[in-house]
Design a protein around this ligand. Structure first.
Ligand code: ZN
Length: 137
């Protein structure tokens, strides 16, 4: 019987610093060296000031649910035991928005504006993904 393997995000050169930081339990986003705007995913050009200079900067991992959808359908057999699950855009406290998952809660209890905190979920030795859990209290 074929082993079911959960699809793992590809570590592109642009995202390498992001995954390295995640493995070490640190959430980072790209910061424009021109105007200081934070962004994720990384881009070549700052949409704000068009600067090409950027670096990675650590953020707190605190934020809130900006928008979300609940996946009920099994699009990949590796996720069969996980439906329904939530795919959410998280608005980080520092301002950048990040597409991720909200875990540790019944997806139907998720609300926009709900405070969440990053939780690093190890998928394998190479990939640890930052996901988000409801912030306590
Ligand atoms: Zn900029």
């Amino acid at each position: 019987m074929a082993e079911i393997v959960r699809p793992i995000p590809e570590i592109t050169p642009e995202l390498k610093p992001f995954f390295e930081a995640s493995r070490n339990g640190q959430l980072v986003v790209q910061k424009c060296d021109g105007c200081g705007a934070l962004r994720f995913p990384p881009r070549r050009l700052c949409p704000n000031c068009l600067s090409r200079a950027a670096s990675w900067t650590p953020v707190s991992g605190e934020g809130e649910v900006y928008s979300f959808i609940i996946m009920h359908r099994v699009y990949h057999p590796a996720f069969a035991s996980q439906v329904p699950y939530a795919v959410a855009t998280i608005k980080l406290k520092e301002g950048a928005k990040m597409l991720s998952n909200v875990i540790g809660i019944d997806p139907h209890q998720i609300r926009c504006g709900m405070p969440v905190k990053v939780s690093f979920e190890k998928l394998n030795d190479e990939v640890t993904l930052p996901m988000f859990r409801p912030a306590g209290g």
